[in-house]
Design a protein around this ligand. Structure first.
Ligand SMILES: [Zn+2]
Length: 82
């Protein structure tokens, strides 16, 4: 309704917050994996709330930036083409 760009409703994609932290944006919720403010890894419970368990930071949706590249879960450094 608000946005009809061809988004996959069932899957999530990795996002950063102004280039920092790491989250997973799905159609209806944000999972905060790494806090952009304190750079701590979030616990699973709090990650699902989209709030940092360490400093309480809750990223604004406006700060989200999609991570370029394939959504693989491997640990290699991602290759930004910029
Ligand atoms: Zn934090």
């Amino acid at each position: 309704m608000d946005d009809d760009t061809a988004t996959l409703t069932t899957s999530s994609h990795p996002v950063t917050f102004r280039g920092r932290g790491l989250g997973l944006r799905s159609s209806e919720r944000l999972t905060l994996l790494v806090c952009p403010l304190c750079s701590q890894r979030n616990g699973e419970r709090m990650a699902a709330f989209g709030t940092c368990v360490w400093c309480g930071y809750e990223p604004s949706r406006r700060d989200e930036e999609p991570v370029a590249g394939e959504p693989s879960s491997s640990r290699k450094a991602s290759n930004f083409n910029k």
